[in-house]
Design a protein around this ligand. Sequence first.
Ligand code: AKG
Ligand code: FE2
Length: 276
Amino acid sequence: MPFRFEESMVNEYLSRGYLIMREIVPPALLRDLRIEAEKARALAHKLNGPQTQRIQPLSRHGADLDLRPFHDYCELPELRDAITSLLGPDYTHGHVDIMGLLTEPADHPWNIGWHRDGVVEVPPEARDEIVAAKLAEAWYDLRHYNQVNCAIYAESCTWYVPGSHLRQWDMPGEEQTTGQAWLRKPDEGLSNTEAERLYLAHCREFPGAVQGHLGPGDFMIYRNLAWHTGNYITYQPRATIHDIVRYEGEKSWTGWQETKQDAIRRWQERRETSSE
Ligand SMILES: O=C(O)CCC(=O)C(=O)O
Ligand SMILES: [Fe+2]
């Protein structure tokens, strides 16, 4: 059945922090996207190595890919209408100059590690009150932090903690693991199956985590301030459009880039002072 927007979806998005718009991409467009996704996955591995899990932005690869289906996706009236129903006017859901494809790594499993985007941009040691105050200004503002995964092939790579976007504080067990080397490359002597099971356990053990299952053409929008991770396996093709939903109206929130960079600088200065 073709996707139909329901009023209840607004509440679902606001309370859980994610919403999956099932089968919103029509089959004909999906077929065209797959033809290019096939090329893009091969290109990702050729350009960035066998372990790469993305190619981004797609606009950089116009010489090797036909970008038309991706532009068609950006123009898709079904998606435009659904986003307007969900968030109001003045939002865009697709940008070929931002969009990437998340791809499966070729050699071994890989896990990005649990994180909250936004927060993760500043190393834990550099997060001070100034960073927290700046982030707090935008935390509940729906014009920011809307991310998209739209599956061209069925996949179940994204794990998410529903409701965690509503808290600016962390609960016991909510720890960032993006810096853990064992998630990026299996420890010496570990087989791919053993690594896959360990990474899966790492996903399952996180308090309140649920696995997102996307069918072909399913569009998942999520508040990326929630706890989430991406768990990547080698033996299933993944070509998932990764983009943001961007507010195009008046931008009243500025200064985050500067705040982040200042915090990282202060932290580095502190490190240098303490090592003298
Ligand atoms: O692979 C995924 O689904 C998640 C990717 C992600 O969390 C990120 O790029 O920040
Ligand atoms: Fe993320």
